[in-house]
Design a protein around this ligand. Structure first.
Ligand code: GLY
Length: 263
């Protein structure tokens, strides 16, 4: 049976704006190279399409430098899409943009109205629950509002911690299948994945924890050989994508798409 937490018919990506070179970053490691970013983004879209999904590619939004990281603006569940309320002031306006794109795909669209904040990068949807990490972008009020929105749709939200210094909860973890999570040790050590099988990313390869299971593939950033081999040994089929430029903006594989099956 297809699992709704990692089998998807659709994805939404947004073309990178030229302004992305001014995107948010915790530590400045240099300006991203736009052309390389675009090339990696094309490869990413192809990887999603190669699993049979329809990928909707939205136009670039120059006034929102981080808008290529489209995941942060919405949570797409099978029966309802919820528009987020980003905690980064420069990203707040991305919510209205994504709402207009989702309105032709979903009958049911809900919205986080505040006063709390929540970004999609802090949300890990598994087959049984929605884990949301408090972070600098997501607070308890935002999580509570999400919880009350999704409860009538049958979803349980669990609020967890994101270790300090990590941008988003999913910076450090990914769902691999209905029972298995890829996680850094620092995140798994908080106990948030107790009850799941956890595969740790190799020491020194923490930057590949943000991967995605998308249909038959685990799509992960390239150049993390030990973790890639560990996942192959566990029976996963891997597709690697260059992420050098997105990483300069603290972005990874999950950030670049919304993945969903509208019903
Ligand atoms: N640069 C991505 C973010 O900080 O939201």
């Amino acid at each position: 049976m297809l699992k709704s937490s990692y089998n998807f018919t659709h994805a939404i990506c947004r073309l990178p704006a030229q302004s992305l070179v001014d995107g948010l970053r915790a530590v400045d490691t240099g300006k991203p190279d736009y052309d390389q970013f675009l090339k990696d983004h094309n490869d990413y879209i192809s990887a999603l399409e190669n699993t049979g999904a329809k990928v909707i590619v939205l136009e670039a939004l120059e006034k929102f430098p981080d808008s290529v990281f489209v995941e942060d603006a919405a949570l797409c569940l099978p029966k309802v899409a919820i528009i987020m309320r980003p905690g980064a002031p420069s990203r707040l306006g991305e919510a209205a943009e994504i709402k207009s794109s989702l309105s032709s795909l979903y009958t049911n669209i809900e919205q986080i109205n505040g006063p709390g904040f929540i970004e999609g990068g802090d949300i890990l949807t598994t087959e049984t629950e929605i884990l949301v990490g408090r972070s600098e972008r997501t607070d308890s009020a935002g999580i509570e509002e999400l919880s009350s929105i999704v409860k009538p749709w049958g979803y349980a939200v669990r609020e967890v911690d994101t270790p300090e210094g990590i941008l988003h909860f999913k910076t450090d973890c990914s769902l691999l299948d209905e029972k298995t999570i890829l996680s850094t040790k620092r995140l798994a050590n908080t106990g948030c994945f107790d009850g799941y099988d956890v595969i740790h990313v190799a020491d020194g390869e923490e930057a590949c924890a943000n991967s995605i299971r998308f249909n038959k593939h685990v799509i992960m950033p390239g150049n993390f050989p030990q973790t890639e081999q560990a996942l192959i040994n566990h029976g996963f089929t891997i597709k690697t994508i260059g992420n050098s430029e997105a990483a300069k903006l603290d972005g990874g594989m999950s950030c670049l798409s919304l993945r969903f099956t509208p019903s």
